[in-house]
Design a binder for this molecule. Structure first.
Ligand SMILES: [Zn+2]
Length: 452
């Protein structure tokens, strides 16, 4: 590696000689390759992802690795081995989350946390959660390969039971209600028994809770589960946040009557009014500027007989957006359309809100950092919301979070046909690695204030 000549040396040359030599040194400097930041090993992350399929992989491309099942336990034992290969100190917390830790050089620094989940839905794919878990393991392996010391401690978490309601990550923020422990999951085990099977302690679940401000940040890589990136031919999604959700039961009441003897003008058909409502909700969500979505996903006519004019319809309405106020505004518009339908069809339309999940915006600084990482690597990128829930949503209560999306072929997820190309997995893992390194270099950011 060329170095500047020492000062004493320079004095022995005339000014012209010195300039000539300096110019030569500069040429030498500029042609020397810049030190390359470390990169992940694409074949290794691909091999880990393929190995996951040993635990619940089917004859199709799919995987069924239900939370708390034998396959889940075996998959986590495998992840434990990989964590140990990366030199991580592995443990299971009281909530049953699998955690690998790596010390930082600054004892006072809060940890940077990365990770995702490995459990799947029944008949699920081999990428949801698993790409993020394999990539997080690959980041730890790469840090170990290059013997990179981070200032912050690093924690790699494989969250338990994401698909069954984000139990593991919600336990970290104290949001698992006692009644949930009795829920029988798809594996056949209750959440209580499942936590015990994973090595946690359901009786001491509250002790798994962490304090807001106790982490430097959380980064999760995940497959998009939508088709936006693929359709646009873009390699990396910089997630702006996880959308909030509100759901209502909608009851339309008209008059039940004989389908043969009630003339058309005299009908107060609740199902015809409900049809107007379904169309109205769709029109509002389509025409209001923005990326909100509204869905009537369930509908039931009462009494539900071929020869009876329906007197009542029970339906649901769901609206999602990154901003809760936007959801409220879209709902107000849909409600106004419902009032017009009431007058038009001589029915009543009642709304009863039964579910709310708050939007979890990612930290703006994390978006910048992920975007810069993608740009440095020469990957195309775009900002986008996440329409699906993720563990990052829970982690946002502890501090700043960021999410990276990679393309899902045809937007298919929760299906054996779920697929993300190896190149996309590798690109995502490289962005995750760069983002971890950048976050480590950044000042110790204060956690953002979160809405209660
Ligand atoms: Zn997932």
């Amino acid at each position: 590696m060329p170095t500047d000549p020492p000062i004493e040396c320079r004095r022995r040359f005339g000014r012209r000689d010195f300039l000539k030599r300096s110019a030569a040194a500069m040429v030498a400097f500029s042609t020397r390759p810049a030190p390359q930041p470390p990169a992940i090993d694409p074949s290794r992350v691909g091999a880990v992802l393929a190995d996951f399929r040993r635990f619940g992989g089917g004859d199709d491309r799919g995987t069924t690795r239900l939370a708390y099942s034998d396959e889940d336990l075996a998959g986590r034992r495998y992840a434990t081995e990989v964590m140990r290969r990366a030199g991580l100190d592995v443990s299971t917390d009281l909530a049953g989350n699998l955690i690998g830790r790596r010390p930082g050089t600054d004892a006072s620094a809060h940890p940077i946390i990365i990770g995702s989940h490995m459990d799947t839905v029944p008949g699920g794919g081999s990428y949801d959660g698993q790409v993020g878990s394999a990539a997080a393991l690959e980041v730890a392996l790469t840090l170990a390969d290059h013997d990179i010391a981070l200032g912050h401690p690093l924690e790699l978490i494989i969250f338990q039971n994401e698909e069954g309601g984000k139990t593991g990550s919600r336990a970290l923020v104290g949001r698992v209600h006692p009644f949930e422990l009795d829920i029988v999951t798809a594996s056949g085990f209750t959440i209580r028994d499942g936590i015990a099977r994973l090595g946690g302690d359901p009786a001491r679940l509250e002790e798994a809770r962490r304090e807001p401000g106790s982490m430097a940040g959380f980064l999760e890589l995940h497959i998009e589960q939508g088709a936006l990136l693929e359709a646009a031919g873009i390699q990396i999604g910089v997630v702006e946040g996880i959308v909030g959700i509100r759901r209502w039961n909608v009851t339309v009441r008209g008059a039940q009557n004989h389908a043969g003897t009630t003339p058309m003008p005299q009908r107060r058909d609740a199902l015809v009014a409900a049809a107007d409502f379904v169309r109205a909700a769709n029109e509002v969500a389509t025409t209001v500027p923005g990326r909100q979505v509204a869905t009537v996903g369930r509908i039931e006519a009462i009494p539900g007989a071929p020869n009876v004019v329906p007197g009542e319809v029970r339906a649901t309405l769901e609206i999602r957006d990154l901003e809760m106020e936007k959801i409220a505004r879209v709902f107000a518009d849909i409600e106004a359309r419902a009032r017009a339908i009431e007058a038009d069809r001589e029915v009543t339309v009642a709304f009863d809100r039964f579910y709310e999940s708050l939007a979890a915006p990612t930290d703006p600084r994390f978006r910048d950092l992920i975007e810069a990482a993608a740009a440095d690597l020469g990957y195309s990128h775009t900002r986008m919301p996440s329409g699906a829930g993720h563990d990052a949503q829970s982690m946002a209560e502890l501090g700043p979070v960021g999410m990276i999306f990679v393309p899902s072929r045809a937007g298919i997820s929760h299906s054996p046909d779920e697929y993300t190309a190896p190149g996309d997995v590798a690109r995502g893992a490289n962005v995750l690695l760069r983002a971890v390194l950048a976050l480590d270099r950044a000042a110790r950011w204060q956690p953002v204030d979160r809405p209660a």
